[in-house]
Design a binder for this molecule. Structure first.
Ligand SMILES: NC(=O)c1ccc[n+]([C@@H]2O[C@H](COP(=O)([O-])OP(=O)(O)OC[C@H]3O[C@@H](n4cnc5c(N)ncnc54)[C@H](OP(=O)(O)O)[C@@H]3O)[C@@H](O)[C@H]2O)c1
Length: 242
């Protein structure tokens, strides 16, 4: 299905694996220019090497830690130099941090979880905010842990709730620039095929990353031109709330 994303320039953070990689692949297959991003340069180079040459010319590699203001500013400069204006941002980098599920994990651990999941998103948006074309879209990866009680880390759920709130509130400011802003809250996604069985949703399985990838591309398309300020749940029926 042609989603009308050909030649669009879309930044996908955290695109070296999991959900981000599946969005990266899908956007490339739609003819978009896409960033390949993560902290691990050799992983990015390996992925790049294995893509066909007709796609390579549309891939922009950027390695950097998005919790660092300097690195995010370097991203902004790179984008200006290589692409000029952009048409979309999928602010997706983030994830859980080991040993942060305790009841009292302490200030440093709370800050680390927030840096990885919330501040990386805010820093990225702030650094790129003047680069969007009219009609662009920003999508942030939250989680159902930001919306419902889960058995995941208290800090992770709180950071993802902050992402949902940030997207919602930002949408009212950026609509004046013609930008749509939304968040997406996946349920369990089977990124490493380590635990394919999952009993906590109606589907009794975790999502495959490609099930998210296609859908997220659709959210960047003109088909979703009236959607802003919302949080989209894709969780195989796991959440119980409306
Ligand atoms: N998998 C799930 O079940 C699930 C469910 C709901 C929400 N999510 C959310 O979905 C998003 C993607 O996660 P995933 O499950 O696809 O995990 P993943 O496969 O571990 O992907 C995370 C990506 O983010 C990059 N990254 C992590 N920290 C970064 C940082 N500080 N700076 C720059 N890049 C960074 C990683 O690359 P490097 O490690 O090389 O930096 C990688 O490309 C996360 O925000 C996560 O919280 C996941």
């Amino acid at each position: 299905m042609d989603m009308g994303l050909g030649n669009k320039k879309i930044i996908v953070t955290g695109s070296s694996s999991g959900i981000g990689y599946s969005v990266f692949k899908e956007l490339l297959s739609q003819g978009a220019f896409v960033t390949l991003m993560g902290r691990n340069r050799s992983k990015l180079d390996d992925i790049y090497k294995n893509h066909p040459s007709n796609e390579k010319e549309r891939i922009l590699i950027f390695d950097g830690d998005l919790t660092s203001k300097n690195e995010v500013e370097r991203l902004s400069t790179t984008i200006s130099n290589e692409w000029g204006a952009i048409d979309g941002l999928f602010a997706n980098a983030g994830g859980g941090i080991p040993n942060t599920r305790g009841l009292t994990i302490g200030e440093d651990a709370w800050r680390e979880v927030f840096r990885k999941n919330f501040f990386s998103t805010v820093l990225t948006v702030e650094a790129l905010i003047d680069k969007f074309n009219h009609g662009s879209s920003i999508l942030m990866t939250a989680s159902i842990a930001g919306k419902e009680r889960t058995n995941l880390s208290l800090a992770y759920g709180s950071a993802k709730a902050a992402v949902i709130s940030y997207a919602k509130n930002l949408s009212q400011h950026l609509i004046k620039k013609g930008l749509r802003v939304n968040s997406i809250s996946p349920g369990a996604v089977d990124i490493r095929s380590e635990n394919p069985s999952y009993e906590q949703n109606l589907m009794k399985r975790a999502a495959r990353p490609d099930e998210l990838g296609k859908f997220i591309c659709f959210l960047f398309s003109e088909n979703c031109s009236f959607m802003t300020g919302t949080n989209i749940v894709v969780d195989g029926g796991e959440t119980k709330s409306f």
